[in-house]
Design a protein around this ligand. Structure first.
Ligand code: ATP
Ligand code: MG
Ligand code: MG
Ligand code: MG
Length: 467
C-alpha cells in the first residue's frame, strides 16, 4: 500500500476515532507553563496533567499528531540530522492516549491491529522490545498477539523506560521495530549494531505508572495510563517502500525546492537533507513565537538557521536562500497546519533578516576556518579558533563542529571554554570601569554551555539550558 504522509495522518486519526478516541489538535512547540522543557518533544507533553491525574476532561481517550522539536534539552537529535535515515529536528508524532482508561493489553492490541491490518505491514518484518522486568508485556506479545518469542527482546536500559524530562510522568515501555532488510547495516535492538538503520524503531508504547520526582525517586501515579508515539515520517517511509525518511513524498518535494533555490542538481547531497529538515523546525518554531536570539530557545533557533545557511553556502548558494523555502513547506504542510500559511510572510521575514545578518560574516569565517584546517597539527581544531569563529563571525560552536565532523576532525571544547572564561573576565573588568563594551557578550551570559560529550555513534554537542 502506498499512502501519502497526509493520508497516513488521517488514517491514524480515523482508526483511533473509531475506537472512542477524541482527536486533539497539536499543541505549540513552546510548552505551556513548563519551564523544565525546552521544546515540545512528544505527544504526551500537552497531556501531562491528565497523565498525572491532576486534571480531568470530558474524554479519557485521545489521539493526536503532535509537532515536536528535538534539538536541545533531554532529547537532542540535531547532530543526527544528515547522518541517520530516521532523525529530524522537527517531526510529527502520532499518538494515542488513555487517561486511566485502558492499559497495556488494549494498547498493544490497538497498535498491532493498526500496523498489520489497517496498514497491512507484514508481521515477519516487525519485532518488539519490552523492559526487562515487564513479564506482563512479554506475555501479552507472546500469548495474546502471537509474536514469536525470539522476536520479543528484553531491554534493560533507559531506552525501555520512557521519561519526558528530569521530572514528570514516566514508565516502562515496549517498542515496535521494522526490519528494512539485510542490505542495510545495523542490528536488532539490544545488540552492538543497534544504532544502524536496518531495524528502525517506529512506535513506542509507554505504560505510564510513575511520577519522577526532582530527587530521582518514583512515585506511583494514582491511575495507570497509556502514552504512545509513532514518528509519522518513519511509518510513511515504510508505506512508501523507501528506507530513509528523507525519501518520502514530503521530503522529496522539499529537497527539490532546496536544490532549486541553492542552484544544485545533486539531489543526493546530504546538505539538502539538512536544509529540508531545518526549514521545518525553523518555520514551525517561528510560527509558535520563537525568535532568533542569543539565549535559551531563541539561540537554539538561531543555531539551526545558521547551520542551514552554512549548508547552503557549502552547496554554492550565491544569495540569501533559506526563506524562499517557506512557501514550499506551506504547500506541503499548510493543509494540516493552516497557521503556516497565515504566518508565511512573518516567517519569511524573520528568516531573511537572520540570514542577511549571518551572511555578512559567514564567508569570512569560512575562509578563516579553512585556513585553520590547512595548518592543523593534529585532528583537533584549536579552542582559540573555535572561539574566534564564535565571537567574531557568529559561528555557534555546533556549527563549527558540524564542519569539523565533515573532515573527520574534532574541536577542542575545553580550549573554547577557557577562551570564553577569559572573555567574561575581560568584560567583567571593563564593566567595573563603567564601559559598556561588548554588549553582545552580556546578552549571551544566560546561555549555559553544559559541555560536550561523545557517546557511541552520537555526538551531543551543545546543550543549552532553557532559562
Ligand atoms: P530513536 O531511538 O530512533 O532515536 P527514540 O527512542 O528517541 O527514537 P521516542 O522518544 O521513543 O524515540 O519517540 C517516539 C517515536 O517518535 C519514535 O519511535 C520514532 O518513531 C519517533 N521519533 C523519535 N525521534 C525522532 C526524530 N528525531 N525524528 C523523527 N522521528 C522521531
Ligand atoms: Mg532518540
Ligand atoms: Mg529509541
Ligand atoms: Mg523510543
Amino acid at each position: 500500500m502506498t499512502l501519502s504522509t497526509a493520508d497516513l495522518r488521517q488514517k491514524f486519526f480515523d482508526y483511533y476515532k473509531s475506537h472512542g478516541h477524541q482527536v486533539v489538535a497539536s499543541s505549540s512547540l513552546v510548552p505551556a507553563d513548563d519551564p523544565t522543557l525546552l521544546f515540545t518533544n512528544a505527544g504526551m507533553n500537552q497531556f501531562k496533567d491528565l497523565l498525572l491525574g491532576t486534571e480531568k476532561r470530558s474524554y479519557t481517550r485521545a489521539v493526536s499528531a503532535q509537532r515536536c522539536v528535538r534539538a536541545g534539552g533531554k532529547h537532542n537529535d540535531l547532530e543526527n540530522v544528515g547522518y541517520t535515515a530516521r532523525h529530524h529536528t522537527f517531526f510529527e508524532m502520532l499518538g494515542n492516549f488513555s487517561f486511566g482508561d485502558y492499559f497495556k493489553k488494549e494498547a498493544i492490541e490497538f497498535s498491532w491491529t493498526f500496523l498489520t491490518r489497517e496498514l497491512g505491514l507484514p508481521k515477519e518484518k516487525l519485532l518488539v522490545t519490552v523492559y526487562t522486568e515487564d513479564d506482563e508485556a512479554f506475555d501479552i506479545w507472546e500469548n495474546h498477539i502471537g509474536v514469536p518469542k525470539e522476536k520479543i527482546i528484553r531491554i534493560s536500559t533507559s531506552d525501555n523506560f520512557w521519561s519526558m524530562g528530569d521530572t514528570g510522568p514516566c514508565g516502562p515501555c515496549s517498542e515496535i521495530f521494522y526490519d528494512h532488510g539485510e542490505h542495510i547495516w545495523g542490528g536488532p535492538p539490544g545488540t552492538p549494531e543497534e544504532d544502524g538503520d536496518r531495524f528502525i524503531e517506529i512506535w513506542n508504547l509507554v505504560f505510564m505508572q510513575y511520577n519522577k520526582q526532582a530527587d530521582g525517586s518514583m512515585e506511583a501515579l494514582p491511575q495507570k495510563s497509556i502514552d504512545t508515539g509513532m514518528g509519522l515520517e518513519r511509518i510513511a517511509a515504510i508505506l512508501q517502500d523507501v528506507h530513509s525518511n528523507y525519501e518520502i513524498d514530503l521530503f522529496q518535494n522539499l529537497i527539490k525546492s532546496a536544490a532549486d533555490v541553492v542552484g544544485t542538481t545533486d539531489l543526493e547531497n546530504k546538505s539538502l537533507r539538512v536544509i529540508a529538515d531545518h526549514i521545518r523546525s525553523c518555520s514551525f518554531l517561528i510560527c509558535d513565537g520563537v525568535m532568533p536570539s542569543n539565549e535559551g530557545r531563541g539561540y537554539v533557533l538561531r543555531r539551526i538557521i545558521r547551520r542551514a545557511v552554512r549548508h547552503g553556502y557549502k552547496l554554492g548558494a550565491s544569495d540569501i536562500f533559506f526563506y524562499k523555502l517557506v512557501s514550499a513547506l506551506a504547500k506541503e504542510m499548510g493543509n494540516a497546519y493552516p497557521e503556516l500559511v497565515d504566518q508565511q510572510p512573518v516567517v519569511e521575514k524573520v528568516l531573511r533578516v537572520e540570514e542577511e545578518q549571518f551572511s555578512k560574516t559567514l564567508s569570512r569565517g569560512m575562509a578563516m576556518l579553512n585556513d585553520a584546517l590547512t595548518s592543523l597539527e593534529d585532528d583537533t581544531i584549536p579552542g582559540d579558533v573555535v572561539f574566534k569563529l564564535y565571537d567574531t563571525y557568529g559561528f555557534p560552536v555546533d556549527l563549527t563542529n558540524d564542519v569539523a565532523r565533515e573532515h573527520d576532525l574534532k574541536i577542542d571544547i575545553d580550549g573554547f571554554d577557557s577562551e570564553m572564561a577569559k572573555q567574561r573576565e575581560r568584560a567583567q573588568k571593563a564593566s567595573n570601569f563603567g564601559a559598556d563594551y561588548n554588549a553582545r557578550l552580556n546578552t549571551n551570559a544566560t546561555s549555559t554551555f553544559t559541555g560536550y560529550t561523545e557517546t557511541a555513534g552520537e555526538a551531543n554537542v551543545v546543550e543549552l539550558i532553557a532559562d
